[in-house]
Design a protein around this ligand. Structure first.
Ligand code: AMP
Length: 115
């Protein structure tokens, strides 16, 4: 388990409400939502960044996408949601335990990065 806030949430050291859980991942509401629906899908296996994933993680990565779709359906936003993965500090990653952001419920404009 990673020594991050998400690792501690998954291990139960930090209490948090799981809105979804299966064998490989959990989903929680983001503590600082950037959209009316802002949920994090977090694998139980503590991969720091997407770029650190290995061929062995292939099934898990697919599983996370399927889980994100299931969570979106569960929340009734499966017709309009965005998935975001921030990889690295320069891209805004602050918690170094891989996670997918599900954003929905607002007007989703085209995502851009300045630069
Ligand atoms: P990122 O910037 O992509 O690493 O995303 C980390 C996300 O975790 C941010 O959107 C934070 O608001 C969120 N976050 C940090 N701590 C918690 C927590 N205890 N519970 C839920 N979300 C959290």
């Amino acid at each position: 388990m990673s020594d991050t806030i998400f690792g501690k949430i998954i291990s139960g050291d930090i209490p948090s409400e799981f809105i979804y859980e299966d064998e490989h991942c959990i989903a929680i509401n983001d503590i600082s939502p950037q959209a009316p629906v802002h949920v994090l899908v977090i694998p139980k296996r503590g991969i720091a960044r997407l770029a650190d994933a290995q061929p062995d993680d292939q099934v898990l990565l697919g599983h996370l996408l399927l889980a994100a779709g299931n969570v979106a359906r569960q929340l009734g936003v499966d017709n309009a949601f965005r998935l975001v993965i921030n990889n690295g500090e320069g891209a805004g990653q602050t918690v170094f335990h891989l996670h997918l952001h599900i954003l929905a419920g607002g007007t989703l404009t085209e995502g851009r990065m300045a630069g």
